[in-house]
Write a protein that binds this ligand. Structure first.
Ligand code: CAA
Length: 283
């Protein structure tokens, strides 16, 4: 099927990053969220990130103007009815995602592909509660979306080949690389990344190192662009904890036990960069 119009649900860090790269690749984008304030902020963030790319000569001024002109925002899910592909990038809570799909489905064309940017919720389970499990799959971007070249494509048990191939074509048009992952907890990236971050928190918890020495060790000793604690702050400690819980529950292995210190930070509201405080203080 020919995909030209992409509906994005959620204008947060992931949603606005996805809208940014889709519009730059020439797609028409319809982005929705629950408040006008969230949509206005998202447009502002996209403008800033596009300007950054212009100033570094990654894209031209005309690319930026064109991209912004292809993004429409709306407060009404109904307006997403003309989309060929939906990417849900709302809060990482299953009930929220389910409610969005329920509200959206009556307005969609029968051939529209439904996808979720979920980082860990079962695609098969989300799909089973829609009217089109064969046209449902995981479309998982990495943060920051304009910079990271990987997209995980996750097939649910019922996803058909036509749907997978159509999403693969979109990833290729973005100039990104797709990794195909089976639908098991954490897929590929978070199955590997989150236990590493969790282990870094254990290393801190047990006093093996401090925040700076742990991060410096992994940056200079393993050539990671960010240390694991800095990365946890960047992703959001609540997201890290939620993913560890999905791994722990779904794989039933104590090696995925979330570090009590990670839980404590989340309970304190020290959620990382977005909260102004996590392992580092951003205030
Ligand atoms: N939009 C556009 N461009 C951006 C950007 C954004 N939001 N953020 C950074 N950039 C660009 C910068 O302009 C810069 O461009 P040039 O190379 O042309 O100079 C480049 O990216 C590097 O940025 P900076 O110089 O500002 O900073 P940096 O070198 O420290 O890189 C980083 C920043 C790209 C974030 C890097 O630290 C990094 O790769 N960190 C690891 C990120 C990571 O692991 N992400 C995955 C998280 S896991 C996930 O997302 C999955 C999940 O489900 C939780």
């Amino acid at each position: 099927m020919n995909i030209e119009t992409i509906g994005i649900v959620g204008a947060g860090q992931m949603g606005n990053g996805i809208a940014h790269v889709m519009a730059l690749a020439g797609y028409e984008v319809l982005m929705t969220d629950v408040s006008q304030d969230a949509l206005d902020k998202a447009m502002e963030v996209m403008r800033r990130n596009l300007e950054r790319q212009v100033s570094r000569e990654k894209i031209s001024q005309a690319d930026m103007t064109g991209a912004l002109s292809r993004i429409d925002t709306t407060l009404s899910l109904t307006d997403l009815g003309r989309s060929d592909l939906i990417i849900e990038a709302a809060t990482e809570r299953e009930t929220v995602k389910q409610a969005i799909f329920e509200d959206l489905i009556p307005h969609l064309k029968p051939e529209t592909i439904l996808t979720s940017n979920t980082s860990s919720i079962s695609i098969t389970r989300l799909a089973s509660r829609t009217d089109r499990p064969e046209k449902f799959m995981g479309f998982h971007f990495m943060n920051p979306v304009p910079v990271m070249s990987l997209v995980e494509l996750i097939r649910g048990i019922a996803t058909d080949k036509e749907t997978y191939d159509a999403c693969l074509q979109v990833v290729e048009r973005l100039g990104k690389t797709a990794a195909s992952a089976e639908d098991f907890p954490g897929f590929i990236v978070n199955r590997i990344l989150m236990p590493m971050i969790n282990e870094a928190v254990y290393t801190l918890y047990e006093g093996v190192g401090n925040v700076r020495s742990i991060d410096q060790s992994m940056k200079l000793g393993a050539n990671h662009p960010m240390g694991p604690l800095e990365l946890a702050d960047f992703i959001g400690l609540d997201t890290c904890l939620a993913i560890m819980n999905v791994l722990h529950d779904g794989l039933a292995d104590t090696k995925y036990r979330p570090c009590p210190l990670l839980t404590k930070y989340v309970e304190a509201g020290w959620l990382g960069r977005k909260a102004g405080r996590g392992f580092y203080d951003y205030r």
